[in-house]
Design a binder for this molecule. Sequence first.
Ligand code: ATP
Length: 275
Amino acid sequence: MTNRPHLSIEGVDLDFRTREGVRPILRGIDLKIARGEFVAVIGHSGCGKSTLLNIVAGLITPERGAILLDDKLVDAPGPDRAMVFQSHALLPWLTVRENVALAVDQVHRRTMDAAARAQLIDEHLAMVRMDHAAARRPHELSGGMRQRVGIARALAMRPAVLLMDEPFGALDALTRARLQDELMAIQADLSMTVMMVTHDVDEAALLADRVVMMTEGPAARIGRIVDIPLARPRRRAQVLRDPAFIEARVQMLSFLHGDAVEDADAAAMLAVAAE
Ligand SMILES: Nc1ncnc2c1ncn2[C@@H]1O[C@H](COP(=O)(O)OP(=O)(O)OP(=O)(O)O)[C@@H](O)[C@H]1O
């Protein structure tokens, strides 16, 4: 990692205009993210986490402030920032494979020949265990399967920045754990910068280098940032008992639920760790 930020969110204010008038959603969001850094964003429902991700994706323009990627202004969506949405966003008339191929062809057409692109598509479908369903259309899949295709599509684009909006929320625990592990491996491999919104404090502490905690809206700000000083590669079984993980978890829960949680929860978790 260099000192120069890869992704820089600078003084972002955002309002939504509704029938009741102008609602301030985000205020004074400043965040510098290094290349290859994994940042998780947590906060109460409705505080503006998805909105922040959409601003970084270039889908929403803030009232004030700017997003810079390698010092260049971001003001529109681009293949350098792939997004995994809360619920899948697949094209219903294309098969699973064609959905992934569309993105891969768009991004890698100039740099990879057809055989290499086909291999990339197959690798990513296999990674999310969707190779067996490559010829199916989205309506023939479960919600979790569609989400896995969306994840494969985003990863296969090999973006500089991966934006993920609660990507694993709809998945069963085993699939979620496997994809979290895969994501950590790919991210380390490609030195990909990741910004992920999640409600799951364990997921945030397992995956992230820093967890950004947002205050409740309206006019949400960054309330606190917690560092997760766990060495990489991280192994789930070890991480869960690591005092640094437990401490980070306590800080997050304490921020989300108030300080009353801190003592009781810390005692309970330390007791589990000591078993
Ligand atoms: N297009 C829109 N027009 C008006 N208000 C909106 C619009 N999109 C979102 N909002 C409002 O802005 C606020 C922030 O929404 P956002 O989806 O970013 O929150 P969030 O933190 O991601 O929530 P959750 O955790 O529940 O997904 C909410 O109060 C929401 O109702």
